[in-house]
Write a protein that binds this ligand. Sequence first.
Ligand code: DHB
Ligand code: FE
Length: 296
Amino acid sequence: MEQAEGTQPEGRATITASVYTSHVPAIGVAVDQGKTEEPYWKPLFDGYQPSKEWMKENTPDVIFLVYNDHATSFDLGVIPTFAIGTAAEFEPADEGYGARPVPKVKGDPELAAHIAQSVIQQDFDLTIVNDLKVDHGLTVPLSLMFGQPENWPCKVIPFHVNVVQYPVPSGQRCFALGQAIRKAIESYDKPIKVQIWGTGGMSHQLQGPRAGLINKEWDNRFLDRLVAEPAELAKVPHIEYVREAGSEGIELVMWLIARGAMSDVAGSGKAPKLAHRFFHVPASNTAVGHLILENQ
Ligand code: DHB
Ligand code: FE
């Protein structure tokens, strides 16, 4: 039978949606210490309430979670540009105050191995990591979207991008990698639902004379363009992120990986549906941005 454009053959994995969110260690502390109703934090957590409800209706089988490690599992001894977590389990890392009291992250070794095979054969050199502890870059987005469950409700494949130690990958490369990841996931032989998340950002700078920098206008334009013209946004050079969004604003290139995996990018699917958009400043030193895009 002929396959309709933009749909998957039966029995194959589908990417149902992409989720984008900032991470901030202090958000994890607020959740873990029961401070989410305090005046400083309430507006932020209120902005994620619709997302938690959306998540209950749209829980996937697996989240492919693009994030950055912060010199926790990868220090200056080894700096992989792109690394995929292929283990069955990933423990929350001790970042200096003990590990966060959150559930262990359960992986999907079979799907991760399939993605590694496919993406490496599409000429992206991934580092394969069988032993990985996950820091706030991965656990804070999970807390924002799921709250405090006893176990995370689905499997998670951690995908680390180096945005900490220069040289960092370009927006173009991240966007192209997202397209390769989509091909990989959609060629997987099981009828599972997969979400792809892009995390980190938005504008923030944690050190130097510009510490505390936040650029609301640039951030909101980034959100507009990520939805409407991602291929153009991918051309923005890394120096613009640093100049406009601060040294840690470069974390935003990771959002282009998730956006590159949406079905409209290759021209075969409709534009995604915007299910939720939220922006809030500040949380600790960071502007917080959030989007949910559904494939249709
Ligand atoms: C903060 C933000 C980050 O992205 C991070 O990795 C560490 C700290 C902050 O705003 O405090
Ligand atoms: Fe960070």
